[in-house]
Write a protein that binds this ligand. Structure first.
Ligand code: ZN
Length: 147
């Protein structure tokens, strides 16, 4: 019988071989790129946003198995959500899907790169559409406290 750890390990390998939502959206409403130089992970996230909702999301780039698996899970969680819910996605929402809550500090950046890129893309989009500068400050604070 497989333990939970084995099942999670298999899921991560599976996602890294066949990532979900992998690709580009040519007519995206917002896109963002970031990398994790410690490991060499480098990804872009493209989003289509309509009526305050993420109607489509894709990521592309390269990364280690953990980075690819978390990007797959995160984009799946995000798709169809309204922007307010996306703002409230937390790191454990992603990590718990893959049993990575207790990941060592060196690998946590691999796991959370996609979340960082997603939030940066969201803030970029909101920054272009928000009129209230107080809201903008709050967004910047949220972005700074991600890890
Ligand atoms: Zn990595």
């Amino acid at each position: 019988m497989s333990s939970n750890a084995d099942i999670y390990h298999e899921m991560i390998i599976d996602y890294s071989r066949n990532p979900i939502n992998y690709g580009k959206i040519e007519d995206h409403d917002v896109t963002f790129h970031d990398s994790n130089p410690l490991c060499g992970d480098s990804i872009d996230i493209d989003m289509k946003i309509e009526d305050n909702k993420v109607t489509d999301i894709k990521f592309h780039g390269r990364g280690c198995a953990i980075c690819m698996a978390c990007s797959s899970v995160l984009t799946e969680i995000t798709k169809g959500k309204n922007l307010d819910d996306v703002r409230h996605i937390e790191k454990n929402d992603v990590l718990s899907e893959l049993g990575l809550e207790h990941l060592q500090a060196v690998r946590i950046k691999c796991a959370l790169l996609s979340l960082k890129v997603l939030k940066s893309a969201l803030y970029t989009y909101l920054g272009d559409h928000l009129k209230d500068s107080q809201d903008m400050d709050k967004l910047k604070e949220e972005a700074a406290n991600l890890y």
